[in-house]
Design a binder for this molecule. Structure first.
Ligand SMILES: NC(=O)c1ccc[n+]([C@@H]2O[C@H](COP(=O)([O-])OP(=O)(O)OC[C@H]3O[C@@H](n4cnc5c(N)ncnc54)[C@H](O)[C@@H]3O)[C@@H](O)[C@H]2O)c1
Length: 368
């Protein structure tokens, strides 16, 4: 199959660069190097030593310390694994070079940045995907498929519960825990995944109310570690969100939806990084329900959380490569990823104003 791919007019492998050589880049390189017909040709990190060490560790021929120099070197696509506020710069630079681009979540920290990224990739005619690899867990995909297939009706009620442990050591990474360099806290960085799943199951969100607070980690962060919200959907459905990084031990996450007949399904993330089915009451399909994993492993190291996500990253990255090869959209596009971001930023605005925030993006041209 790889021989048939001729993105730049010549037969051969799809040549990727990875921008940002930190924790999650390890999942990207593992997924990309496992795919036939794909080469990781270069890596980029503003920390030149880190770029070189990463390239050496994974046998990647070239290492750069700035994006512009890297992207001129005969690439077809890039994945962006930099801190959130640097996502726009990487995506726009890749698009300007005519490269397909897969960006880590959150797509950006504001919908304005996301809109510019969508516009730049549209104008360049390149594919733009965003990593929400939890959608690729069979436990999550099965809920979406049940809704598509009609065995689970359009959800009328939902809940998104995220109860994680993060600590001073985690927030010691200089860009984490600060509004100017992370754009938000537990909602922006952790619960974004689960809010994405919730809205993927429930449809367009139209109104949000919420409150955020910093109740445990305030000595070293200026973003929220605690949030609650209610979301109303275009269908009339309602959902609640609870998201906190204050739990010790962390208790994982659960996204549950139920339909007008009372049927319910949920995906449980426990331990963090592993997706299971814990509630599945669809008639004739009860066997899908796995036993609730309480009593399992608490608070595994973050590196192991990432390791647990390698399979899901691999599925999403394989989909992105197939999208490039087949000239189609990836399963999660920049427009898709903007929806969860719009909900999260609306919760921040609601918390400031004390009132409900109406959403428009899900039906506007920007997010169609
Ligand atoms: N999908 C997931 O489950 C998941 C998990 C962890 C992180 N992430 C996302 O991946 C991104 C990176 O997170 P991380 O934990 O790997 O962070 P990290 O701090 O471990 O790594 C970020 C790397 O980017 C480099 N960098 C910073 N600015 C740069 C720039 N302008 N150009 C090139 N390199 C730059 C840094 O030097 C660092 O090496 C974040 O957006 C995060 O939300 C996603």
């Amino acid at each position: 199959m790889a021989e048939e791919f001729t993105p730049s007019g010549a037969p051969g492998a799809i040549r990727f660069a990875i921008v940002g050589c930190g924790a999650i880049a390890v999942n990207h390189v593992a997924a990309l190097q496992a795919l036939p017909g794909v080469t990781v040709a270069a890596v980029v990190d503003t920390d030149a030593a880190r770029a070189r060490a990463f390239a050496e560790r994974f046998g990647i021929p070239e290492a750069f310390d700035d994006v512009e120099s890297a992207l001129g070197s005969g690439l077809d696509a890039v994945t962006i694994c930099t801190p959130h506020p640097a996502h726009e710069e990487g995506v726009v630079a890749a698009a300007a070079q005519g490269l397909h681009v897969l960006c880590e979540k959150p797509v950006a920290t504001t919908t304005e940045e996301a809109d510019r990224m969508i516009a730049a990739t549209d104008a360049a005619g390149v594919r733009f995907g965003v990593v929400f690899q939890r959608r690729f867990w069979p436990a999550a995909a099965r809920i979406r498929a049940a809704i598509d297939g009609g065995s689970l009706g359009t959800p009328v009620s939902g809940s998104c519960i995220v109860r994680l442990r993060r600590d001073a050591e985690y927030y010691a990474e200089p860009w984490r825990g600060r509004r100017d360099t992370e754009g938000g806290g537990v909602l922006m960085t952790q619960a974004m995944h689960h809010i994405d799943l919730l809205q993927w199951f429930m449809g367009d969100a139209v109104s949000v109310t919420g409150r955020v607070a910093t109740l445990r980690h305030g000595a070293y962060i200026d973003v929220e570690d605690t949030a609650v919200a209610t979301i109303e959907f275009a269908s009339g459905a309602l959902a609640v969100v609870q998201a906190s990084s204050t739990f010790d031990p962390g208790l994982g996450a659960q996204v549950l939806v139920s339909d007008a007949e009372g049927r319910a399904a949920s995906v449980l993330e426990f331990p963090e990084g592993t997706g299971l089915t814990d509630v599945w009451t669809l008639p004739g399909e009860r066997e899908f329900a796995a036993p609730y994993a309480a009593g399992g492993v608490f608070d595994i190291p973050l590196a192991d959380v990432h390791l647990g996500l390698v399979d899901a990253h691999s599925l999403q990255i394989a989909d992105f490569v197939a999208a490039v090869r087949d000239d189609r959209d990836p399963l999660v596009t920049g427009r898709d990823a903007r929806r969860a971001l719009e909900i999260v930023t609306a919760i921040y605005r609601s918390s400031e104003s004390g009132g409900a925030v109406r959403l428009t993006g899900a039906r506007s041209g920007a997010a169609a």
